[in-house]
Design a protein around this ligand. Structure first.
Ligand code: MRU
Length: 342
């Protein structure tokens, strides 16, 4: 079955072909497009941990295929699921996908698990397209938007969440300007978002993460549009480190703040952002740049890779089921009760 992502954009991150999982190694982009063969569930877990594949929905899809691989190869499914679940802590989509796969029952055939993983993959693309329609509806004509990290086809089953809204808004002729951050320290904005936008011919301007206040103060931004790794029931949202800075600046300068994420990113069991586990990675990621040391040996570095934006700073949470408005007291968990649009 072809990856449906290829039908909307020429970029895909995950393939399952001829009984094998393949991942585009995102650590090497944009300089090199190398696909890695992922033979089994432990290799899938390692690839998630090592950021070969990243972005909350893409991590969930990869974990689903990883569990299908475990079943196809007769590995211990429970052990494989535990290993996959531990690969990265913040993105709840990982747990959502594994719970859905395990919901098929311990006796489900390997073929059935693979079918479910393919369904999760295809549904993610369909959800992105629905969210894009909702999100575009919130943006006025000639809008100037700023996004963070990479939330495009590379981070999802195709099209993207926040970048999907931007992609669709651009195609609809609604945008006057697209800005994106570089997104230190992994440079998902500089390496991946710039690459995705360029491959679709969408003109964009990159800013240093620290330039966001100046850009907004100069009145150059109408909407900040970001993705999410976990949305608590009250709407507090964990996303790439720096998102909260963008939200505080948006608040200070009267700029709209939109979060775009599928319903699998909403964690109804998590009452508020204080309960969201925040991944902390090695300080070496800050002390080096593209493999070269930039800080002196022994420099201490603190490297949390996500932060939590309070619901009170979010104008709209867009998911495939509709839109919640946290600033107006709307809870994100309400979206889980909405019927899917027909
Ligand atoms: O560390 P990453 O690259 O996995 O972080 C990704 C993000 O923070 C994205 O904004 C989020 O996962 C949404 S992706 C559609």
């Amino acid at each position: 079955m072809p990856n449906p992502a290829a039908s909307t954009v020429g970029v895909e991150a995950i393939r399952f072909v001829d009984g094998a999982l393949q991942l585009l190694d995102q650590r090497r982009l944009p300089l090199e497009e190398r696909w890695l063969h992922i033979p089994d569930a432990p290799a899938a877990a390692q690839a998630i941990h090592d950021m070969v594949v990243r972005g909350a929905p893409a991590i969930g899809i990869t974990a689903a295929y990883g569990l299908a691989l475990a079943a196809l190869q007769g590995e211990d499914r429970a052990a494989a699921a535990a290993r996959l679940a531990a690969s990265r802590p913040t993105a709840v989509n990982l747990h959502w996908a594994l719970t859905r796969m395990q919901g098929l029952g311990a006796q489900a055939s390997p073929e059935r698990l693979l079918e479910e993983a393919r369904a999760i993959h295809a549904e993610d693309l369909a959800q992105n397209l629905r969210m894009a329609t909702e999100g575009v509806g919130l943006i006025g004509e000639g809008a100037r938007v700023l996004t963070h990290c990479n939330t495009g086809a590379l981070a999802t089953g195709g099209h993207g969440t926040a970048l999907g809204v931007i992609r669709s808004a651009w195609r609809a002729g609604r945008l006057q300007a697209v800005y994106h951050t570089e997104t230190r320290p992994w440079l998902q904005g500089a390496r991946l978002t710039a690459w995705e936008l360029a491959s679709e011919g969408i003109p964009a301007t990159m800013i240093a993460d620290a330039a966001c206040a100046q850009l907004m103060a100069e009145g150059q931004v109408d909407w900040v549009i970001v993705g999410a790794d976990r949305i608590a029931a009250n709407g507090d949202t964990a996303n790439k480190i720096g998102t909260r800075t963008l939200a505080e600046c948006a608040h200070a300068y009267g700029v709209g703040f939109m979060v775009v994420a599928p319903s699998g990113t909403i964690d109804a069991q998590c009452p508020d952002g204080s309960r969201i586990p925040i991944e902390s990675r090695s300080g070496d990621e800050l002390c080096t740049l593209a493999g070269h040391r930039v800080a002196p040996e022994g420099c201490a570095a603190w490297n949390p890779v996500f932060d939590v934006t309070p619901a009170a700073r979010i104008d709209a949470i867009v998911c495939e089921r509709g839109v919640a408005r946290p600033k107006q007291g709307d809870r994100a968990s309400r979206l889980l009760d909405e019927a899917l649009p027909g």
